[in-house]
Design a protein around this ligand. Sequence first.
Ligand code: FDA
Length: 302
Amino acid sequence: MLNKIISNILPYMPKKLVWVFSKRYIAGETLEDGLLASKLLNAKNIEVTIDILGEFISTLEEAEQNRNEYMEVIERFTADKIRGNFSVKPTMFGLLIDKEACYNYMRDIVKMAASKNSFVRIDMEDSQCVDMEIDIFRRLRTEFPANVGLVVQAYLRRTKSDLEALNDLNTAAHPISFRLCKGIYIEPESVAYKGYQEIRDHYLDDLRYMFENKMYAGIATHDKYLVEEAQKMIREMNIPKNMYEFQMLYGVTPELRQSIVDEGHLMRVYVPYGQKWFNYSTRRLKENPKMAQHIIKALFVR
Ligand code: FDA
């Protein structure tokens, strides 16, 4: 109930107040903020993936601007020798306005990343986007097999069969690279599993499928249970270090994160930055009322 009230009033809260909550999860508003946060994480032996905030745009002019911002950050990463790669949300390049234009903007980014020997991960958005995002991934992966990966969401009923279908792209020379997450959007029960343990079970089932099929797995979670089960699977299946990494969001569960780094696993942190942080934060919070608990903590526990 309290969660619902908070998530309903969030969009009307003063920006300054929302920032109190958001600042822990967002590197800042500028490119320099994103670079600085990335360097500080690199210094802790943690790699990064940069996300420029902005999604579900309404004009293609915004898409072009977003493309240009990604090109700039890729240049700066190389110049500053930052260890990291890039995450992109297709709706930020106009997926829901003009799919072909979106593909072309994303292709520019992947091409640029490939020229720098780098990598772009396509985030997975809500279920209306999944078919189109898989399709764009297929096209880009065919052209740039070493430089592009995809996110899959364990809560979607379709995910296992998507993994099976995408297995045809997998090769020993260029293992297909997935980030596996639970999924953040509110979806109907016909589309997504709803039970907490049920989603965990599917998460582990998907992860096992990736390992059995020699796919690269980005294990994206802050759920200690999943982290421990994944580590167990890695040991039992003797998965080499170059076939997986752990991933977490900026500012979330830093102690668990550090314990994974200390055990010698590769850790990558998702670093969002940009001026669109207000919409991002409030929209995310509305989508996932559970997150509202974290606002209360952020407001009262310093
Ligand atoms: P869960 O939500 O159960 O959290 C486990 C514990 O972690 C909580 O009990 C709490 O202690 C802590 N925690 C989690 N979130 C917190 C927060 N915000 N603040 C403080 N503590 C928190 N989703 C998607 O649909 N598409 C995508 O492309 C991505 N990309 C992505 C990248 C990366 C690197 C990560 C880690 C996650 C995503 N996600 C995502 C989000 C993902 O789907 C999921 O919603 C969140 O990771 C939360 O799920 P957990 O597995 O962490 O479990």
